[in-house]
Structures are given as structure tokens and as C-alpha cells.
Design a protein around this ligand. Structure first.
Ligand SMILES: [Zn+2]
Length: 210
């Protein structure tokens, strides 16, 4: 059972927004990943959408976990007052300790609270090469979050294998690739040697390619 004793209370506290709604939303999504796929997995709760962050200092002098649910923010610090390093801290799991100290309680709380959605944030794929919002030919990187009014879209021109053939001169010895080229081929005439016998095999403009 939980003690009713209050150690510190501050009823006069007034909140003041210091980061934008969009930044807060994106940050929460990233902190959610810590619990779902990252270092905070052991803190995961059954009923609540937990977001969190683990922390360590050099040589495991301190270990920490901060957890956020729809209802509470709480954190645990584990270490020694005299700052010694300990194998015990290296082996300990701050997410697990947080869950035992506070998480199970937070999980049991019934409330109507929910994390706010944010319509100014767009969720879309990002480019694996540049990390920016994917354009048409970008390689798939994963799911990204973008402020709707600042769409930082990838401008890199990724190579397109299919179009590459018509952009470079076709080999003069290959009649197959030459006949496959469209009549208005981009291959400059100057690149075909005038004396080359292969030039004679060029398909006449009137004849459709096989
Ligand atoms: Zn790209």
C-alpha cells in the first residue's frame, strides 16, 4: 500500500509554456520509442502509454530513469552519496526500479487523462540518405515527424536506374540498345563516331522499334 504522507507540496505553482505544442508532441513520440524499442523497455506499463528516458553518468556513478504517463511525470535516481562507482549500479536497471517504485502505481491509476494530439505535426516517411521528409524517389528510412508549416523535404536527386540508359551514350557496338532508344534519343549525334560502321545500323526514324 502507498503512504499518505506528503513530503512536499506546492499548490501555487502555475504552468508556463516554454516549448511549442509541436515540439512537445514530437518529443513525446521520441520518448515513447525509448520504452517501446529502446533502453527503457523494462519500464513498460500495461495500461498506460509510457514515455521515458534512461540516464547514466560516467562509469555508472549514477543511473536514472524519468517516466511520463498521461497522469504523472516521475523519476528515480540511484547512486551513492559519496559518489563511488559500483558494479551494483552497472547491473541495476533504472527502468525496472522506476517501475517498482512508481510505475506500477501510475499504471493502476484510473483517469480520463490523455495525451493531446497535434494537428500541426505531419507524420510521413523520411529519406534514408538525408533524413529529410521523403520525396518521390527517396529510399525508405522510416517514419518521421515534421512540423506541418516547415516541411523540410529531401531535394537530393537520387539516381534512377531506368532513365540512366538514355542519359549516357549508347554503346555503338550494340544494335539492340540503339533500336530500343526512342526516335528523339537524347544521345547527341556527336558522340557517335562518324566513321563507325555501327552507325549504319541505326534504325530509321520511320520504323518503329521492335
Ligand atoms: Zn532523399
Amino acid at each position: 500500500s502507498f503512504s499518505e504522507r506528503v513530503y512536499l507540496e506546492n499548490d501555487s505553482w502555475k504552468g508556463e509554456r516554454v516549448i511549442s505544442e509541436e515540439t512537445a508532441f514530437i518529443m513525446r513520440k521520441m520518448l515513447r520509442e525509448v520504452v517501446v524499442n529502446g533502453t527503457g523497455k523494462k519500464a513498460a506499463l500495461q495500461n498506460k502509454e509510457l514515455c521515458g528516458k534512461t540516464g547514466t553518468t560516467e562509469n555508472y556513478r549514477d543511473i536514472l530513469f524519468a517516466g511520463l504517463t498521461e497522469d504523472y511525470v516521475s523519476s528515480v535516481w540511484i547512486g551513492y552519496d559519496n559518489g563511488i562507482n559500483s558494479q551494483a549500479l552497472k547491473d541495476a536497471s533504472s527502468p525496472e526500479i522506476w517501475k517498482n517504485v512508481f510505475g506500477n502505481y501510475a499504471d493502476s491509476v484510473e483517469s480520463d487523462a490523455s495525451f493531446p494530439e497535434c494537428e500541426n505535426v505531419k507524420i510521413s516517411a523520411y529519406c534514408a540518405e538525408t533524413g529529410k521528409q521523403s520525396a518521390k524517389r527517396c529510399p525508405w528510412g522510416g517514419k518521421g515527424y515534421y512540423k506541418a508549416d516547415q516541411p523540410d523535404t529531401c531535394k537530393k536527386s537520387h539516381p534512377v536506374p531506368v532513365l540512366k540508359a538514355s542519359a549516357s551514350p549508347a554503346p555503338v557496338t550494340s544494335t539492340v540498345s540503339e533500336s530500343a532508344l526512342p526516335v528523339t534519343s537524347a544521345v547527341p549525334e556527336a558522340t557517335v563516331p562518324v566513321t563507325s560502321p555501327a552507325a549504319e545500323t541505326t534504325v530509321p526514324a520511320a520504323e518503329p522499334a521492335p
